[in-house]
Design a protein around this ligand. Structure first.
Ligand code: ADE
Length: 254
């Protein structure tokens, strides 16, 4: 997968892609991330990328021309932005976008290429939304100084879903949120730490029981912390029966 990130601050991206899983994914050829400086596509001696908004109101707005020119140059087209829009997602990171989650990460992970545009200052000229971006994503209901951290988060979540990016086969399938549930607890050695024991079942070697215990822990944790997720989770009959037990426990104050 190819990810192109357009930003006024390319230096913000250098370290993240050089470490751990993302580096391995790049080295294995599963992922290539290119970071482009929007300023390189701005015109004139001063390469101006932002200007005050029409109508006043303070703050600065990113100009449309350098962003359109950058996208067109990156994907090798010279004029028709509609042509570019049909090829792959061109995503504007903005607090006004749809709220990012694991299912959007999974959807984006199936694409061959993504273009991520990082907004800055008060915002981006509306014509970028109208004529260039095919999608708008927010990473949460708060306002950051720009879309760069959001682009890092989207890239990270999508990159680790590329087949082979994670060490263990199936690791992504067991993630929190992968099937709509939070993950249950994990333990490693030592068996006893400051008086706290690893649950017996995990040391039993009984694969079926371990799987059942993990599923129940995931259900319990989701029930306790994010019950609204259960409405859209993938649940079978056994899961539902266990949820009935949890419901009874909470009614009877256990
Ligand atoms: N830019 C500023 N705030 C943002 C947010 N919450 N999500 C995505 N991009 C942003």
């Amino acid at each position: 997968m190819q990810i192109d990130i357009l930003t006024l601050f390319p230096e913000l991206f250098t370290t993240h892609f050089e470490t751990s899983i993302l580096k391995r994914a790049r080295d294995a050829g599963l992922l290539n991330v290119s970071v482009h400086n929007i300023r390189d596509y701005a015109q004139g001696k001063h390469r101006v990328t932002d200007e005050p908004p029409y109508g006043g109101g303070g703050g600065m707005v990113l100009k449309p021309e350098p962003i359109f020119d950058a996208v067109q140059a990156i994907i090798g087209l010279n004029s028709d932005s509609n042509q570019a829009r049909n090829q792959f997602p061109i995503i504007l990171l903005t607090p006004q976008g749809r709220l990012f989650n694991q299912s959007i990460a999974q959807e984006l992970a199936t694409e061959n290429r993504l273009i991520l545009i990082c907004g800055r200052y008060e915002g981006v000229d509306e014509r970028v939304r109208q004529q260039l971006a095919t999608d708008e994503i927010s990473i949460g209901d708060y306002v950051l100084t720009g879309g760069e951290l959001a682009a890092l988060i989207v890239t990270d979540a999508v990159a680790r879903l590329q087949k082979g990016a994670l060490g263990a086969e199936g690791a992504a399938e067991a993630d929190s949120h992968a099937d709509g549930l939070l993950e249950g607890p994990h333990y490693t050695r030592p068996e006893t730490f400051r008086g706290m024991q690893v649950p017996d079942v995990l040391r039993s070697g009984h694969a079926v029981k371990i799987r059942q215990w993990r599923r129940e822990q995931a259900l319990r944790r989701t029930w306790q912390r994010r019950p609204e997720l259960l409405l859209n989770a993938n649940l079978d009959e056994e899961d539902k029966q266990f949820l009935m037990i949890l419901a009874e426990e909470s009614i009877h104050g256990m």
